[in-house]
Design a protein around this ligand. Structure first.
Ligand code: BGC
Length: 692
């Protein structure tokens, strides 16, 4: 069973890709998989979740902190690093069963190896051991320390910084443009370097014999508001504690596949990339690019409610609950957003940060040739986000039976979201409610009317309200919303031969296939949507939209409807978002298109290993890890092929394993107990309690 991602050659063109695929994180801190000698050009970034800053009128984004793992070697005055010369050999690896990163490079003059962790035991902590073996006798010089040469997209985010050294420790205090104090404390043991004031780095020069080894142990911690001391423990002890804590998290959700080694590894790797983002301690959500940098402003999208939540419902229900609590805590922001746009109730941010206010801007996409913004309306028109939050609350309660979330404030969220949809909609002469001027999951078609996904998800909000709220508990004002839900008559999207029209007028647009449409691109990075995009006036869509609706609400549609819609939309979907594949996988399995579903599954599960995803939307860098697609791979396998259904904590399955797979075993967690499920190719399955 392979549980290590290994790359055995050094390729400059893979610097960004490797930064993503070798990422370490613990739900609170993330450290890109970059080499010690790298700086900001190579996108070195230590990221913290949930702390944001805005510099001037630039995009507000999550913070990137100083890098404690900077290290560069010199031999007889010459820099020895992958940046200066081609290494004789090079290996980078990530042990996904332990959450440990390692690097080994061999040059003529020396070899360098390192072991790195971002602690799963104490989430403020990260550490690294660097070892250098001299291969030739001579003078070696090592520069290392807490480097402020870090990658920021829309910075600088520290209005003031102070770096100081006391013996083996360097401390950083930075105050952000928004006035937040951040602290990084790093300790360097093993080399007796001299501290340089100007650079904040240490320099150690020494004569080494051939074969002589030197080692540097680095421990660092990150604190908000108040600095804390480093633990008085050694590197090995802290590394061990992190491994043990990670193994425990993994044990509760591991998956093993017999009969398909590639999928087995890719699913394990996908789980790694989602599991390293969950935070049990804080009420936080998960950003669309996880902790892999500042792409998408470190913001939270519908990715969390639709893709990540169902993973955590099985893997760690406490994290799932936290994801919902985040929306409860940001209800005020959602209400303010609604109000600022002239609506009542709660309109959740399309790109949500700490306060829940909208972080999405109309200049989100740029023209790759002119650099000018391509105006988009995601932040003001993608109203399905509010319905997605309510959908997630409902699914969470159905699966876990945890009604206490309602009292924690989910009841208010449901009510305010319902209020919002009533204020956004209008009633036609026949008494039907419509939603005008919206954007569905298919972002290439903006400002459309009666968008099917949005309309049906909005209707669902009313049903969820009636299911969980009682009119007798409501104030007179709120009872009006209840009554509106009782009698609301939502318009139905148009249908042709059983195919749901994505939005009003969609069927009248030019019907062209994706490959032919692509030929119309002037620049390979041109944005397909917006006012003049190549897809805008055609039926080509960005990602699963009607297909997503059917995959998410399978009980509401017949098999015939599922087949008709899948077949119609499949050839018209560009899959321009990594979220598209898993929805096609889920729906594909349910209509017997297993082979295609398997290909969609692999497209999700291998996404961050292959790194074939778009790096740019227009001129804007959108790279990073894809946690929602990774979680989507898990959904495709566990909820799709295995047919898992969790109802008030009771799991049932309907296994239909992909061809060649003989057995799938997976663990899930319920009330602090871990259960092991084994599913076989003949449709049998068994569930038993298990112990670490
Ligand atoms: C997709 C959205 C998604 C966002 C973040 C966009 O490209 O269209 O649906 O939420 O990326 O992953």
């Amino acid at each position: 069973m392979k549980r290590e991602l290994v790359v055995t050659a050094y390729r400059k063109e893979d610097i960004i890709l490797d930064g993503n695929r070798f990422l370490l994180a613990n739900g609170h801190l993330g450290y890109r998989g970059t080499l010690e000698e790298y700086g900001k050009e190579q996108l070195v970034s230590l990221t913290i979740a949930g702390v944001y800053d805005q510099y001037q009128d630039q995009w507000r984004e999550n913070l990137s902190l100083p890098n404690p793992f900077y290290f560069k070697a010199h031999y007889e005055g010459k820099e020895i690093s992958v940046l200066a010369e081609e290494p004789l050999s090079h290996k980078t690896s990530l042990d996904i069963a332990k959450a440990v990163y390692q690097r080994e490079s061999e040059f003529e003059e020396l070899s360098i190896s390192s072991t790195r962790f971002v602690s799963h035991d104490d989430d403020a902590l990260l550490g690294e051991r660097i070892e250098v073996v001299a291969k030739q006798a001579g003078t070696y010089r090592f520069r290392y320390g807490l480097s402020t040469d870090i990658y920021e997209i829309h910075g600088p985010h520290f209005a003031s910084m102070k770096v100081e050294s006391k013996g083996r420790q360097t401390s950083f205090r930075g105050v952000t443009n928004e006035g937040k104090s951040m602290y990084v404390l790093a300790q360097f043991d093993g080399l007796e370097g001299t501290y340089e004031e100007e650079t904040g780095l240490y320099e150690a020069e020494m004569k080494l014999k051939a074969g002589q080894k030197v080692a540097l142990d680095i421990l660092a911690r990150v604190d908000e508001d108040k600095p804390e001391p480093l633990p008085k423990k050694g590197f090995e002890e802290l590394l061990d504690a992190s491994i043990r804590a990670y193994e425990k998290k993994l044990y509760a959700c591991q998956v093993e596949i017999e009969g398909d080694d590639e999928l087995d590894f890719e699913i394990a790797y996908s789980i790694y990339h989602v599991l390293i983002l969950g935070d049990k301690k804080r009420v936080r959500s998960i950003a669309a690019r996880g902790l892999s940098g500042q792409t998408y402003k470190g913001a939270v999208f519908w990715d969390t409610e639709i893709f990540l939540l169902p993973f955590y419902v099985l893997a760690d229900p406490e994290v799932a609950r936290n994801l919902l609590l985040y929306r409860i805590h940001t209800l005020e922001g959602a209400k303010q957003k609604a109000k600022s746009l002239g609506y009542s109730g709660a309109y959740y941010a399309w790109e949500s940060q700490d306060s829940g206010l909208e972080a999405c801007r109309s200049d989100n996409v740029t023209d790759p040739v002119t650099g000018e913004p391509v105006i988009t309306y995601f932040g003001t028109k993608q109203i399905h986000i509010s319905a997605d939050v309510v959908y997630a609350i409902d699914r969470y309660i159905e699966a876990t039976g945890d009604l206490s979330i309602l009292k924690e404030g989910a009841d208010k969220v449901i009510l305010e979201v319902a209020r919002f949809f009533f204020s956004y909609s209008f009633i036609d002469k026949a008494g039907n409610r419509h939603l005008k001027d919206v954007i569905g999951p298919d972002e290439y078609h903006e400002r459309v009317d009666d968008e099917a996904f949005t309309l049906l998800m909005a209707e669902r909000v009313g049903k969820v309200l009636l299911k969980y709220l009682h009119v007798k508990d409501l104030s007179e004002e709120d009872a009006k919303i209840y009554r509106l839900c009782e009698k609301a008559n939502w318009a139905k999207p148009r249908e042709k031969n059983g195919v749901i029209e994505e939005f009003k007028g969609y069927f009248d647009l030019e019907d062209i296939d994706v490959v032919s449409l692509k030929k119309r691109l002037v620049h390979s990075q041109d944005y397909w949507g917006g006012k003049d995009g190549i897809a805008t006036k055609t039926q080509v869509i960005k990602q699963a939209d009607v297909v997503a609706l059917l995959a998410l609400c399978p009980e509401d549609f017949t098999l015939k409807a599922k087949k008709a819609n899948y077949e119609y939309y499949f050839p018209r979907t560009e899959h321009g978002s990594s979220l598209s594949a898993s929805m096609h996988c889920l729906l594909g399995v349910s209509i017997g298109r297993e082979e295609e579903a398997y290909r969609f599954l692999r497209s999700s599960s291998g996404i961050d290993i292959r790194g074939a995803e778009k790096l740019f939307a227009g001129g804007v860098y959108i790279g990073g890890t894809h946690p929602a697609a990774n979680a989507g791979a898990y959904l495709g396998l566990i909820y799709g092929f295995l047919g898992a259904h969790l109802q008030e904590g009771v799991l049932s399955l309907r296994p239909q394993l992909p061809k060649g797979i003989t057995k799938v075993t997976f663990h899930y967690q319920r009330k602090n107990k871990v259960y092991e499920v084994s599913a076989y190719s003949d449709g049998r399955y068994q569930i038993k309690e298990t112990k670490l």
